[in-house]
Design a protein around this ligand. Structure first.
Ligand code: NAD
Ligand code: TDX
Length: 352
């Protein structure tokens, strides 16, 4: 079995590759990644770098890395010709809402055009399954005063940001390729993930890094927005189940019934790291900021028996522990180009 995983040098894709190499000792994984600002080869040290203390030779011999843009039609077709993959799983995306608000163009290119290129290659070479890793953000948001409401697979698409719109556009295209060409597709729509290798521009790793550096903790608005947090390994298990046992042409929502307000997450991180809450700075809100995401995971539970295994209280401790043990990974990231991004995003942001 050969599986192409796109975006495998990023947060969830890398965790998924490790999950699959561990869980399926007879699978080969071919990772395609453009290595944008969010992709990092050091994340894949355990399968690429013989000098790394984490190197796993039995994984490395079943792993291939190819630096490639999923929008590069010629390059993608050439690789499919060579590898003839059985399954293709598309994690590659521009993934940060704030960046999409600043510059939507690249989101449309990678998230929509890239998806169509991959599916065209799947049509030409034939695959058992094309899986699209999507997001709960395609459903828009829920009001804070209706805790009884959740996103189901039937909730209408209703996007807020250029990021979520580009992901929704890709989802529509995936369903169209299934109906028009009979491509065997599935889609998963997951809530917010957290865990190792999470890029430090996102809420949880940003707050951990800033706490450790005694820097202000920039909470957008009052911090009352709610997200439904899922430990990344639970998401990886869900995708593994869907590509093997999920029904073709179906969407599966993935979420942990673990809703938390941003401000409470930030306070918890301060507490765990023994830092004062006075580091918290309320800054100008995100434009179009979604209030609440909440997934109803009944379908994946009933059909595939999936349930989240990691409780938030344990997952956040593990995650903080990982960032403490792997300082060089994130310190290298935040010392480079990232600093310019940070200054642009936060430097001139007003405080409340
Ligand atoms: P990430 O930003 O950490 O990683 C994205 C990876 O894709 C990077 O390695 C990057 O180099 C690569 N990439 C970007 N453009 C590319 C291109 N044109 N060609 C090839 N590679 C390219 O993202 P993530 O948080 O790991 O998210 C992975 C997927 O999961 C995305 O599709 C995202 O929409 C979805 N998702 C994320 C979350 C979350 O909480 N992080 C939740 C639900 C869904
Ligand atoms: O500095 C910050 N301050 C802050 O208050 C940052 C970076 C975020 N926030 C808030 C905004 C959100 O309400 O925290 C919340 C989480 O923000 P992000 O980490 O940027 O995630 P979110 O916008 O919820 O989107 C994430 O989940 C769905 C992923 O980035 C997406 O790729 C995924 O599809």
């Amino acid at each position: 079995m050969t599986i192409i995983v796109t975006g495998g040098a990023g947060f969830i894709g890398s965790n998924f590759i490790f999950h699959m190499l561990e869980k399926h000792p007879d699978y080969r994984i071919v990772c395609i990644d453009k290595l944008t600002y969010a992709g990092n080869l050091s994340t894949l040290a355990c399968v690429l770098d013989k000098n790394s203390k984490d190197y796993k030779p039995d994984w490395a011999e079943r792993f291939r890395f190819v630096k490639l843009d999923i929008c590069d039609r010629e390059g993608v077709f050439k690789l499919f010709e060579e590898e003839k993959p059985d399954i293709v799983i598309n994690f590659a995306a521009e993934s940060h809402v704030d960046r999409s608000i600043e510059d939507p163009g690249v989101f449309l290119q990678t998230n929509i055009i890239g998806t169509s290129v991959l599916m065209d290659a799947c049509r030409k070479y034939g695959v058992e399954r094309y899986h699209q890793v999507s997001t709960d953000e395609v459903y828009g948001d829920l009001p804070l005063d209706r805790p009884d409401l959740f996103f189901t697979e039937d909730t209408p698409i209703h996007t807020s940001s250029p990021y979520s719109s580009s992901k929704a556009g890709a989802d529509l295209l995936v369903m169209a390729y299934n109906r028009t060409y009979g491509l065997p597709v599935t889609i998963s729509r997951c809530s917010n993930n957290y865990g190792p290798y999470h890029f430090p521009e996102k809420l949880i790793p940003l707050m951990i890094a800033n706490c450790l550096n005694d820097k202000p903790l920039p909470v957008y608005g009052e911090g009352l927005n709610v997200r439904d947090w899922l430990y990344v390994e639970d998401h990886c298990r869900a995708i593994d189940l869907i590509v093997h046992k999920g029904r073709v042409g179906e969407v599966y929502n993935v979420g942990g019934h673990n809703e938390m307000r941003n401000i409470d997450i930030v306070k918890l991180i301060c507490k765990e790291l023994g830092k004062p809450e006075s580091l918290i700075t309320h800054v100008t809100d995100r434009k179009g900021h979604d209030m609440r995401y909440a997934i109803d995971p009944t379908k994946i539970h009933n059909e595939l028996g999936w349930l989240p295994e990691t409780k938030f209280a344990d997952g956040i401790k593990k995650t903080i522990g990982w960032y403490l043990d792997n300082r060089s990974w994130w310190e290298e990231i935040i010392s480079g180009e990232y600093q310019k991004y940070y200054d642009k995003m936060y430097g001139s942001r007003g405080t409340l």
